[in-house]
Design a protein around this ligand. Structure first.
Ligand SMILES: [Zn+2]
Length: 208
């Protein structure tokens, strides 16, 4: 794996001449051959990993109803352009500047939601401690967060909800025999963010 310089300033810290790219071809079972690309900045430490399938993929949405704990072990490929959504719980992680791709399983995706909820909960907890009077809103917020945590904890075992991947670049996938794939609607394509500046690289460059 050799690092190649990328001749644009870092999208985060704007330093020039510090951006590098490492690409290697890999095989993920069922996802197929793909190129894993990591762009990194030596000045600020920013890095972004992405997965580009060898075959062109259509913009797509994946959906899996988590009604069985064995589905927690199903593999997922989540690219940096993918929005992850759990409609029933009103949870959504959209790609942002720091969005990075990963290969994990369903449980790993849920754990990322748990981390975010716990972070918010710690803030609420701290505010509750410093408040001398009982704050109805904070108590309500904490109860909501607790119920979200319990819903996620019991996924597939008393708690059923749907995990959705929406990827305008079509580089993401939920690898489960019950997962349902569909094309994104025109409306969704307009609304969905695609994450970090794709000017860093495009699949055409990498596959060329
Ligand atoms: Zn930087």
């Amino acid at each position: 794996m050799e690092e190649q310089p990328v001749n644009i300033p870092c999208p985060i810290c704007s330093t020039e001449g510090q951006l590098g790219m490492v690409a290697n071809v890999d095989e993920i079972p069922y996802f197929g051959e793909h190129t894993q690309v990591t762009v990194l900045c030596h000045a600020c430490g920013w890095r972004q990993t992405d997965f580009i399938p060898a075959e062109g993929k259509k913009a797509g949405a994946w959906k899996l109803v988590l009604d069985d704990t064995k589905k927690l072990r199903s593999r997922v490929v989540r690219s940096s352009s993918c929005t992850v959504r759990i409609k029933e719980l009103d949870l959504e992680v959209m790609p942002g500047t720091n969005s990075t791709g990963y290969v994990s399983n369903v449980e790993g995706v849920l754990n990322r939601f748990v981390d975010i909820i716990n972070m918010v909960r710690r803030d609420v907890e701290r505010d509750l401690e410093t408040d001398t009077e009982e704050n109805e809103e904070l108590l309500k917020a904490r109860a909501t967060l607790d119920s979200l945590l319990s819903s996620i904890e019991n996924a597939g075992d008393g708690s059923t909800f749907t995990l959705e991947f929406l990827d305008p670049h079509g580089h993401s996938m939920i690898l489960d025999e019950d997962a349902v794939e569909r094309e994104l609607t025109e409306e969704e394509l307009v609304e969905l963010p695609v994450g970090p500046d794709p000017a860093v690289f495009s699949s055409d460059d990498v596959n060329a």
